[in-house]
Ligand binder design. Structure first.
Ligand code: APR
Length: 173
């Protein structure tokens, strides 16, 4: 059965799926946007797990384009998959870096056994990418990924606002 890929308008912290993806920064120590919302909803245990990652596996932080899983604290999801999008403000405009956020996050989902995954529009906020470019890269990458595996059942893009939702819906139509 091929995986379902869908786009909805909403708040990613409200998604009752196996894993939700966080648009983090390399420090993994929280921030604004999706990062701030996920940490606020998950509670302090999420930051504690991220601090533990920094103290052990990721002493220099999480590199752009890579992904790592933690628990999800008080969230309905079982895992939060943290990834770091490319930052256009710092000249990181290479689409393959953004594509890697989506494919690496699905690799991590597969590794932990998460079959349903929610993504935000990574890099389309503070990191300054145009949401239409993000939608194109995200949908292309996820389509290619799910066509090559039977480990993923659902990928849901969860978008803030009509413009972002339309950008993704257009790519999925
Ligand atoms: N649910 C879904 N989408 C959200 C939510 C939410 N609760 N909050 C924000 N968004 C949307 C934004 O509107 C934007 O379209 O997520 C997209 C990504 O925006 P950011 O969260 O700013 O992420 P990004 O552009 O990748 O920048 C990452 O911002 O929050 C800091 O710590 C983070 O330094 C990192 C940087």
């Amino acid at each position: 059965m091929p995986a379902t890929i869908e786009a909805v308008e909403g708040d990613i912290t409200r998604q009752d799926l196996d894993a939700i993806v966080n648009a983090a920064n390399s420090s993994l120590l929280g921030g604004g946007g999706v990062d701030g919302a996920i940490h606020a909803a998950a509670g302090p245990s999420l930051l504690a797990e991220c601090r533990e990652l920094r103290a052990t596996r990721l002493p220099d932080g999480l590199p752009t384009g890579e992904a790592v899983a933690t628990g999800a604290g008080n969230l309905a999801a079982r895992w939060v998959i943290h990834t770091v999008g490319p930052d256009a403000r710092r000249g990181q405009t290479d689409p393959s870096l953004l594509a890697s956020c989506f494919s690496s996050s699905l690799d991590v989902a597969t590794q932990v056994g998460a079959r349903t995954v929610a993504f935000p529009a990574i890099s389309a906020g503070v990191y300054g990418w145009d949401v239409h470019d993000v939608a194109r890269v995200a949908v292309q990458t996820v389509r290619e990924y799910v066509n090559g595996t039977d480990q993923i059942d659902l990928v849901r893009f969860v978008l803030f606002g009509a413009r972002a939702h339309e950008a993704f819906a257009e790519q999925l139509s």
